[in-house]
Write a protein that binds this ligand. Sequence first.
Ligand code: APR
Length: 170
Amino acid sequence: MNDRLEILVGDITRLPVDAIVNAANSSLLGGGGVDGAIHRVAGPQLLEYCRGLGGCPTGDARITPAFRLPARHVIHTVGPVWHGGGYGEAQLLASCYRSCFKLAADHGLKSLAFPAISCGVYGYPKDRAAAIAVRECRAALVNDPNLERVILAAFDAAMADVYRHCLMAP
Ligand code: APR
């Protein structure tokens, strides 16, 4: 199962997978960070498509075509803003991963790549977020035999090291 879960360092917009996950905001109308990168590469049709979705609550996810991206779909999820850990942030972040995996299963997707949801602008502590990401990915790989490849796409080596540390933990 571990060989179906991999860590890559690089730009998620370049990955030719069934779906890349976007760390969006609840408007789904674009932003900075990975959201900005995905919209830049996908082109204006992605924003047009998202306008019709009516937003997305924190912890939930929406699937769209990927337009000019090499991936086939984009799954937009809205991570929690970190407010110190006492406001349900961990449950909401776990819900982001589960919502993405539910959409992947519903659409028969075999390969999926995640950025470090909430670890940028939203300020989630990287080690805590990575532990949730690894736990939820491992559970999804057990529950969905159709899933062949899940990638944790770290934007830098530091984040990749945090993921690797979590992978080695029991
Ligand atoms: N590929 C992979 N990872 C990336 C990329 C990229 N091209 N660009 C940024 N990242 C990483 C960041 O380094 C960080 O580790 O994605 C992670 C998430 O950071 P953000 O993009 O800031 O997302 P988040 O913290 O969830 O904040 C979401 O930011 O861009 C806005 O509209 C977005 O309001 C929303 C908020």
